[in-house]
Design a protein around this ligand. Structure first.
Ligand code: AMP
Length: 217
């Protein structure tokens, strides 16, 4: 199964991808995670990617498509949940092309929606563990012990540079200009399902399950 999760930054794509991947036995392919690991390398490309990430800007389509191509070659028939990709119409078209070349198909595209004010609230309270990458929300999903990672015990959770208020606004503007049209691309192919991303993690994951028929209506 190959499934795309679309939606604005902070809507919960990463968290829902993790819930779903355990259930359907898929791997989460997050371009944001791949890029953050490239940005930690002290290479020219690492520095270029870091500059874009810190500014909340999209990484050029050719770099992203090359990265996805490599991952698809490695993963072959493995079931996948794309998280944070495609983010532009050329990326969506590039993915169509890659999948066709590899005789693979897309099964579902889910767009999670949310009020803009809620996005800002969620992003500003998001913290992550610099050691293992576990993600928390200080309001809705805090760690058991204040500022300590539940998964690996590291003390000192951090706020991503691109979750700071001045960058959030820029990311949302880019989302509306460049990523929102991706949903239209998939509406035209008949694959798009729009799911309300408001409410608790369980409420949203139940809506997703129903939309892809993992659960009865
Ligand atoms: P995310 O973790 O999905 O919120 O992504 C964090 C940042 O990584 C974004 O703000 C972009 O700078 C970059 N990024 C992630 N995925 C893509 C993509 N598909 N195309 C371009 N840039 C991306």
């Amino acid at each position: 199964m190959r499934l795309i999760l679309l939606g604005p930054p902070g809507v919960g794509k990463g968290t829902q991808a993790q819930i779903l991947m355990e259930e359907v036995g898929a791997i989460q392919l997050s371009t944001g995670d791949l890029l953050r690991s490239v940005a930690r390398e002290s290479t020219a490309i690492g520095r270029e990617v870091k500059r874009h990430l810190d500014a909340g800007e999209l990484i050029p389509d050719d770099i992203i498509l090359e990265m996805i191509h490599e991952e698809l070659m490695k993963l072959g028939e493995t079931s996948l949940i794309f998280d944070g990709f495609p983010r532009t119409v050329p990326q969506a078209e590039g993915l169509d092309h890659l999948l066709e070349e590899m005789s693979l198909c897309l099964d579902h595209v889910i767009e999670l929606t949310i009020e803009p004010g809620e996005v800002v609230k969620r992003l500003s309270s998001r913290r992550s563990c610099p050691e293992c990458g576990a993600v928390y929300n200080l309001v809705t999903a805090p760690p058991v012990e204040d500022n300590v990672c539940d998964s690996c015990g590291h003390a000192g959770l951090i706020q991503r540079d691109d979750d700071k208020p001045e960058v959030i606004e820029r990311r949302l503007e880019i989302y509306h200009r460049q990523t929102a049209p991706v949903a239209e691309h998939y509406r035209e192919t008949g694959l798009l399902r729009v799911v309300d991303g408001a409410g608790s993690l369980e409420e949203v994951s139940d809506r997703i399950r129903r939309s892809i028929k993992l659960m009865a209506d």
